[in-house]
Design a protein around this ligand. Structure first.
Ligand SMILES: [Zn+2]
Length: 251
């Protein structure tokens, strides 16, 4: 990535939502239906991948990069980039944080979607911490102006993992019934992840994986009485202006 993003640089883009998850395909899995839904209603959606997923046993970095762009197109995203931080060694160091600060100040998302902080994969937990810290530091006026003009997103929204039992109660669930198929097509764009590598057995064919994702989406959708859902947590309570506009049902 070039370093030409000065505070007055007119090439700064402004997106409505930005998903920042550890590896390419993490965002598709945890929040792909929500991103597709937001894009479909005209919102500018960006995806930022801190790592390129080079430590995975399947697919080359070049193949995964092409797949990531194809998946972003399926979702209707306006922008996707990889930051090149080390896969499987992702750590919330000040240096890694600055890389995320630069991206955040350049993309200026109103809402940042990230992974929940309790995760089995250490990269996922690290990405959650990294983005949380970067969102704060990015707003400090005097902090490294060469990384761009100070900016802080309005909201951080944490996606609950779909691969583990949902032990965390969501703050809200997004109805993704209309975009579940889009989500699955975006996941399928990562075709190399569903092909066994050398010496591997085909333990993760796409149809089995689809069943798993469908179960996860049904489970969350059931919470708000819709077919498919994706669940999110915010650290702060969600503000409500109108009780009559509350979604969902108590019965
Ligand atoms: Zn991941």
């Amino acid at each position: 990535m070039d370093a030409a993003h000065e505070p007055t640089e007119p090439t700064r883009m402004s997106v409505d939502l930005c998903a920042i998850c550890a590896h390419p395909d993490d965002a598709e899995l945890a929040m792909g239906g929500t991103l597709a839904r937001e894009a479909a209603r005209g919102r500018r959606v960006a995806l930022v991948d801190p790592t390129r997923g080079e430590a995975g046993s399947r697919g080359t970095p070049e193949i995964r990069a092409a797949e990531a762009l194809a998946a972003a197109r399926v979702l209707g995203a306006a922008h996707r980039e990889a930051l090149g931080l080390p896969d499987a060694r992702l750590t919330a160091t000040p240096e890694a944080r600055d890389t995320v600060v630069e991206a955040m100040r350049r993309l200026r998302p109103r809402v940042v979607l990230l992974q929940h902080w309790e995760q089995r994969h250490p990269d996922h937990a690290a990405a959650s911490r990294l983005v949380y810290d970067a969102a704060f530091v990015a707003g400090l006026r005097s902090y490294r102006p060469e990384l761009g003009a100070a900016f802080r997103p309005a909201k951080l929204v944490y996606a609950l993992p779909t691969t583990e039992d949902p032990t965390v109660a969501p703050s809200f669930v997004v109805d993704i019934t209309e975009t579940f198929d889009t989500k699955m097509r975006a996941i399928a764009a990562f075709a190399s992840q569903f092909v066994p590598g050398p010496g591997e057995s085909a333990d993760l064919p796409l149809d089995r994986f689809r069943e798993h994702m469908e179960l996860a989406a049904r489970r969350q959708g059931q919470r708000i009485r819709v077919r498919y859902g994706e669940a999110f947590v915010t650290r702060e309570p969600v503000e409500v202006q109108d009780l009559l506009a509350l979604g969902g049902s108590s019965f």
